[in-house]
Design a protein around this ligand. Sequence first.
Ligand code: GSH
Length: 247
Amino acid sequence: MQEIADWVAMSPISDDRNNERAGTMIVVHHLNNSRSQRVLWLLEELNTPYRVETYRRDAKTNLAPSELRAVHPLGKSPVIQDGDLVLAESGAIIEYLLERHGNGRLVPARGTNEHVRYLHWMHFAEGTIMLHLVARLYLGRVGDAAKTMQARVEGMIGDELDLVEAELTRGGHMAGAEFSAADVQMMFPLEFAAFARLVDARHARLRDYLARMQARPAYRRAVDRGGADAFDAASAHDAAPFPRPSR
Ligand SMILES: N[C@@H](CCC(=O)N[C@@H](CS)C(=O)NCC(=O)O)C(=O)O
């Protein structure tokens, strides 16, 4: 396992010009049934070439294999490598890839309402709804002692899904009429919520949105590259099972 101090000492700062001269290709360290699906999907939307290194969750613990710790000290997915750069945290990866390979695509113009909404959903995905979905998953394993907290967390998730439902009346995407990287970032928690059966009859637009996103050609190509995904309606039957959070 790589020590954290060694990893910091490596100064993982990419020198773009050197990478381009060396013709290096982005490597996506992809874990099945995970947030790295976001990165594959974004790269497909951008038509940016990349190589996939696949890791499988442990069939019993559902955790990532220890090999991922050799790539990044936290051992989580996604991680990308671009030349000398090693970068974790899906939101940061998305912003980095857009800056380097986006040429302005998939980000609403600065100074517009859409851009503000884009910022909101980009941060909301990991900072709010994913936090509550993971809390619910863990509290579900505690038993009766966690019931009060679980009800509180479920209430917050319900409000958050209602907010997404309302947002979708304003143009059909997370940041207005146009598809953007906020859709890529938000899909994982929304798919996870649907998988946990938290998306219900109140969320008709959200259900339609999930189907529309999963039908995008770039999303389908990402599944082809990364392998069947437990949260994708079309390939879930071929995916390694993911333990469904209980109610
Ligand atoms: N906030 C991080 C979360 C990273 C994360 O927790 N990834 C999960 C997969 S969705 C993981 O690697 N889990 C395996 C494990 O914890 O062993 C991100 O957005 O990249």
